[in-house]
Design a protein around this ligand. Sequence first.
Ligand SMILES: NC(=O)c1ccc[n+]([C@@H]2O[C@H](COP(=O)([O-])OP(=O)(O)OC[C@H]3O[C@@H](n4cnc5c(N)ncnc54)[C@H](OP(=O)(O)O)[C@@H]3O)[C@@H](O)[C@H]2O)c1
Length: 303
Amino acid sequence: MSRAAAKTRFLVVGASGLVGRALMPWLESRGHPAIGTQVSMKRPGLVGFDLRTDRIADKVGPAFFSDGTPTVAVVCASICQIDRCFREREVARLVNVVNTLRLIDDLSARGVKPVFISSGYVFDGERGYYCEEHERRPVCEYGRHKQAVEEHVLSRIPGALVLRLDKVVGDDPAQEHLLTEWHRWLAAGRPVTCIAGQVFSPTLVKDVARAVTRVVDLDLKGLYHVANPEFFSREELARQFALALGREAAIESKPQSEFAFDDPRPLKTYLDATKFIKAADFRFTSMRETFADFRARLGRLTS
Ligand SMILES: NC(=O)c1ccc[n+]([C@@H]2O[C@H](COP(=O)([O-])OP(=O)(O)OC[C@H]3O[C@@H](n4cnc5c(N)ncnc54)[C@H](OP(=O)(O)O)[C@@H]3O)[C@@H](O)[C@H]2O)c1
């Protein structure tokens, strides 16, 4: 029997973030019981869990792991701010590596299947269009964190999954993500500032949520790229987004060296998701569809 047929239960660690916030309602719509965690306690209905200090069994209760329900834990929790990972190196490594590995080991020891959400930042961004076989060569601390967890999970935890994402965007103007930031800038007549040479595969966050249940339904294991096969330079995505909103974007493109970054960004992080698309028979939402949904929702918000 597939896990879905048995109504797999989900634990979403980091349910208050961009990905977790899309995953929770998707799981609910599919009838999966789900518990989500957060640190900030800003959102109702989520359990408090802080990777700096907490053990998961103390937070969800021991019965959660002993009632025999097949359970999948999606690990979205992470310090994702690139420069913060560099500046607050010790705490970021504790959260993103040391205690994420402890969490994953705790879960797997209790029979829970871990799904670790990783990033195209494991690559150096020089060649782009990476597939799962390409060598990890991160250029920033955040990427090194993801590399360390990926290597542990893939080599030590049978049945575990690692899903690598590239840039995730939403279609909801009421939520915080790249497109809402750009929309604010456009509305204020402010130029959209881009790192020259950055190319990514912008992926709708709802597709990430759909992909998670798909990989679980299929009981996939190992490493998959979950990324929209469309890829754009940052400038071109901003230009197309502005056009879709009926605006003209002023785009300011400058080399990475002119930004006051503490840690470098890999430039070409777009991913080849063929392995996932074939295994899951999956269709990603195009950016044109995403922009249209964003615009329609914006119209409803402002009418
Ligand atoms: N968004 C993207 O474009 C993108 C691209 C590639 C990969 N990813 C990966 O996808 C995953 C989810 O990303 P996201 O965009 O949803 O991130 P996000 O919006 O920054 O959310 C991060 C989540 O981690 C939680 N968290 C932060 N510090 C924690 C701690 N000390 N202990 C426990 N939880 C903690 C946050 O809780 P609070 O809200 O309570 O602080 C939040 O729920 C991450 O692993 C990220 O690296 C994201």
